[in-house]
Write a protein that binds this ligand. Structure first.
Ligand code: ZN
Length: 343
């Protein structure tokens, strides 16, 4: 038997970003407002236009000049999120939006796009994704996945290969389906999945009275929880949960209580891990919480094995500042999989 071209050992954390979903049609951050992507959006066209206008280079004073910066959609999302509770209006090109309305439209946009990203088994690389995750699960002492994606692609694949997953502590995230909850209780999870930015299949019940006092409860619904889905909380019956798609860059905040548990869980898993594989996560230099989370794996007395698979141009510069040593695979993920599992 030839030696496996790919193996892992110990506690393993797989970190995934947009590049993991890209082969299955997931858009990259820079493409989120492109016409081709917007075809699938349920957000109002006028809201999309307003969001596009927010991405124009500007200075703090609002006038273009030598000190202009171009905000990313992440910046815009975070700013809208912070301003949601104010009554300020954004007037761009004659349309008037409150921060809350525009944030809701952006969430609807992201949700309706990410809901389309599914595990399509007709793609040539689909069996390779399956083999990769199976190998990780079989070789690792424990497998944790940290996903910065809103789509539920990796969960789709885990279900497809028959692995039970949990989103961390039941305190914060609970499956609405009693059968799933029962089997997790009886057999435990094969894989932990932490999603610090939320997920298309989650709904947040604010101040749920079946949660720990003072906590919100995230319901994991079958399918997706993006408007027009207006399901009630499966635990307390309260109508209209909130969509659980939150901006990057924020780790804490009044509306992010259940997410603090998720961040903690992900940090703990990284601290304990011996091996980290990063797939298609660009890790912007401005994302302090994500950077400090990824750094948790580096300890004084251990030399973790870290591999980054972020396309042929290699790992983004941020990784040089995060890790003293790592292997840069310099390949698209599907090419990498083909080398290791194809043929
Ligand atoms: Zn509830």
């Amino acid at each position: 038997v030839p030696e496996a071209k790919f193996s892992v050992a110990g506690n393993v954390v797989l970190v995934i970003g947009a590049g993991f979903s890209k082969p299955f049609g997931g858009p990259l951050l820079s493409e989120l407002l492109d016409d081709a992507v917007c075809v699938n959006s349920r957000a109002e066209p006028d809201a999309i236009e307003t969001l596009r206008a927010c991405l124009v280079p500007r200075t703090a004073s609002g006038v273009a000049g030598p000190l202009t910066v171009t905000p990313t959609l992440e910046d815009v999302f975070s700013a809208l999120w912070r301003e949601r509770h104010t009554a300020d209006l954004t007037t761009i090109k004659d349309s008037v939006w409150t921060a809350r309305e525009l944030a809701d439209q952006l969430v609807l946009h992201l949700g309706s796009i990410c809901a389309k990203v599914r595990f399509d088994q007709r793609r040539w690389f689909a069996p390779l994704y399956r083999k990769f995750l199976k190998r990780l699960y079989t070789n690792a002492r424990s497998l944790t996945i940290v996903s910065f994606n809103y789509d539920a692609l990796v969960e789709d694949i885990l279900e497809n290969i028959g692995l039970r997953y949990s989103y961390g502590t039941e305190k914060a995230v609970r499956f609405a389906d009693g059968i799933v909850r029962g089997s997790l209780k009886r057999f435990g999870a094969d894989v932990m999945v932490f999603k610090p930015h939320g997920s298309v299949n989650w709904g947040i019940c604010r101040g749920c009275n079946k949660a720990t006092p003072g906590m919100d409860l995230i319901n994991v619904v079958p399918g997706v929880y993006v408007p027009p889905n207006r399901a009630s909380c499966s635990f307390c019956g309260k109508p209209h949960m909130e969509t659980a798609i939150v901006p990057p860059v924020l780790e804490k905040g009044p509306d992010l209580r259940p997410f603090e548990e998720i961040w903690k869980g992900a940090r703990r898993a990284l601290r304990r891990s011996k091996e980290v594989i990063v797939v298609g996560y660009s890790c912007p230099q401005t994302d302090g919480p994500a950077i400090s989370m990824l750094r948790e794996v580096v300890g004084q007395f251990k030399r973790p094995r870290i591999r980054v698979i972020c396309g042929p141009k290699g790992a983004p510069a941020t990784y040089e500042t995060i890790y003293p040593h790592f292997t840069d695979e310099k390949a698209y993920f599907e090419q990498f999989l083909d080398t290791k599992f194809g043929g």
